[in-house]
Design a protein around this ligand. Structure first.
Ligand code: FAD
Ligand code: NA7
Length: 541
């Protein structure tokens, strides 16, 4: 490989989003020489790419950030309960500047090929820039919602108008006076529809499965609220990380089944949550069984459907917007989504009634023969989630076997969501079968676990042979964890509803377990016990 410039490192990190940024900071603090690379031209990950109108985090602002910089937590401004994309991006850039991390990040750099060099005990990593990095540790922070999914619709390339995917939004786009079609109505579709409805000539929402969305409760932050958060931040993070399953800042209701209260009280509880706002809150703070009992789920679903009926004035539009599946996907929330359909310029096409036949040069033709004329098609069609960014590149472990090959028979697996046997010294941030929860604390959990095990191995080696340490999960450990994730998710209704959470949104992708459904607190307890039991499930040589 004569034309590769070679650079030696202790650790190479792929991805400069929430995960990669923190890992870089940690490794640097440990005294390792570390570098992060990203395909993007700046930091931010999700928040670099998803610049579509209305993009925001529906984790409340005070928890959609790092917990490890107490001074910054208390002083960094956020003026609304939920932060929009520009603010998240600004925050991440601020963290990078504050901790002087930028000098160790290389942009416009894509990992194309990585292989474990058994003899030298290092990862040989090739990047799009022609540089080869040789690193003892490889940490992949590729993002779980980062590889865009473009559906394979007939005629997609024939469209003569503008065409965008929300997850690769090109920047400011003028929509005024245009006829805009939006395909998809998950979290992203709901956000963009709400944001652009009053800015376009005509908006047509093409919906396959209508979703349940509850109000977000977006509002300005008053100083008293901020002070209360600031005064209690330590305790808040403790609860979020070690006492909560969802890590969204409320206490899940652990012992109130939906049917344990009479209909009137049930309605009051739902109504109170509706007023407070927040999708996870509505699903998990009200009762303990909405995601596990069909009867309970039905009650929550009926409550939301009644709200849709009341909000949407045109009965035909309301019919099309009415969910038909269980309420068992990632819970959504919005800042006035259903209301947009009361505008005369906003239409909804039910793809259950009339599926898309093809995309034409002028728009979208549905099975009833109607050609919906459009100037712009927005694909809010989601992501090849969790393993999508892993299987498109060649990461080769022992014996040249790629991660893609390793996962082919079973779907993506791991030990604890962070490592895979036969891939020594490689660690994933948010790999398959990590916790299903608010993500920043999940990322911190991974980064801290990875840093701790690396530290332990480095110390072991320093006191021993001096050779490069090799950390590797045992095959039985991967089997155990895969089984555990299977068992824990068995009672979840999420598993019976097709979505990205179980790999069921991309045609041809194996439907499989992608997350640990036991909650963040429980997950963290398991990691602590692994560490305490001399890194149970790992070989450290
Ligand atoms: P990412 O931010 O996805 O970063 C991964 C980076 O890796 C990307 O920049 C990518 O370019 C880079 N990369 C990938 N492959 C390569 C390669 N081969 N070579 C070089 N670079 C590569 N989570 C929540 O908890 N709450 C929310 O409210 C929330 N809202 C969201 C809203 C949207 C619209 C989306 C898309 C996601 C949302 N998420 C939310 C999830 C969000 O992805 C995570 O919270 C978090 O930002 C993930 O950070 P990350 O660093 O793990 O990955
Ligand atoms: P999602 O939640 O995967 O939603 C994708 C949407 O696109 C959903 O409504 C899909 O309909 C729709 N879709 C996908 N393919 C097609 C085709 N071929 N035809 C019509 N409609 C289609 O992605 P999001 O970006 O909204 O959200 C992902 C996560 O990011 C979210 O959960 C947050 O965590 C942030 P379907 O429901 O499959 O019928």
């Amino acid at each position: 490989n004569g034309h590769y410039e070679i650079q030696n490192l202790d650790a190479l990190i792929i991805g400069a989003g929430f995960g990669g940024i923190y890992q870089l900071k940690k490794f640097r603090d440990m005294g390792l020489s570390a570098l992060a690379v990203d395909t993007a031209s700046d930091v931010g990950g999700t928040w670099f790419w998803n610049t579509y109108p209305g993009a925001m985090s529906d984790t409340e602002a005070y928890l959609y950030r790092y917990s490890w910089d107490p001074e910054d937590l208390k002083t960094y401004p956020w003026d609304k309960h939920y932060v929009y994309q520009p603010e998240v991006l600004k925050y991440l850039k601020h963290v990078v500047e504050r901790h002087d991390l930028r000098k160790d990040i290389r942009f416009n750099t894509t990992l194309t090929d990585a292989y474990w060099n058994e003899e030298d005990r290092i990862w040989d990593v090739k990047c799009s820039t022609g540089i080869e990095y040789r690193a003892r540790y490889l940490v992949t922070a590729l993002g779980l919602l980062s590889k865009q999914h473009f559906p394979d619709i007939k005629g997609i390339d024939s469209f003569q108008g503008e065409k965008y995917h929300t997850g690769a939004w090109p920047g400011e786009i003028s929509m005024a006076g245009k006829r805009v079609g939006v395909i998809g109505n998950g979290s992203t579709g709901v956000q963009i529809i709400t944001a652009i409805a009053d800015k376009v000539d005509t908006l047509i929402s093409f919906q396959r499965n209508p979703q349940y969305s509850v109000p977000s409760g977006q509002r300005a932050v008053d100083p008293e609220y901020r002070k209360k958060i600031n005064d209690n931040y330590e305790e808040i993070w403790r609860q979020v990380k070690d006492e909560s399953a969802t890590a969204f800042g409320f206490k899940e209701n652990a012992d109130r089944p939906t049917m344990s209260v009479d209909p009137e009280e049930r309605n009051e509880i739902f109504e109170a949550a509706w007023k407070k706002g927040g999708g996870f809150r509505f699903m998990f703070e009200t009762f303990n069984d909405i995601s596990t009992s069909e009867a309970a789920n039905d009650q929550a679903a009926e409550f939301i459907k009644a709200k849709i009926r009341a909000k949407v004035k045109d009965p035909e539009k309301a019919r099309k917007l009415m969910p038909t599946q269980m309420y068992a996907r990632r819970p959504l929330c919005d800042a006035g989504y259903y209301e947009q359909f009361n505008r005369s310029n906003v239409e909804v096409v039910s793809l259950h009634d009339t599926p898309i036949d093809e995309i034409t040069p002028a728009g979208i033709r549905t099975s009833d023969g109607t050609e919906h004329k459009l100037d712009m098609i927005i694909f809010a069609t989601g992501f090849d989630a969790v393993d999508g960014n892993y299987t498109r590149i060649a990461i080769k472990g022992r014996n040249g076997v790629t991660l893609k090959d390793h996962w082919a028979p079973t779907g993506p697996t791991s030990y604890l969501g962070v490592t895979v046997p036969s891939f020594p010294n490689m660690f994933m941030i948010l790999g398959p079968n990590g916790p299903f929860s608010n993500i920043p604390p999940a990322i911190e959990t991974h980064v801290e676990f990875i840093s701790d095990i690396v530290q332990a191995a480095e110390q072991k080696v320093a006191s021993g042979s001096g050779k490069i340490p090799v950390i590797e999960a045992k095959p039985q450990a991967e089997e155990y964890w895969t089984h555990e994730c299977d068992v824990v998710s068995r009672q979840s209704l999420f598993r019976r509803t097709d979505s990205w959470i179980f790999g069921a949104n991309v045609p041809g992708k194996k439907k499989t377990i992608m997350f640990y459904f036991g909650g963040l607190a429980d997950y963290r307890a398991k990691l602590r016990s692994v560490a305490k039991n001399s890194w149970e499930g790992f070989n450290i040589e």
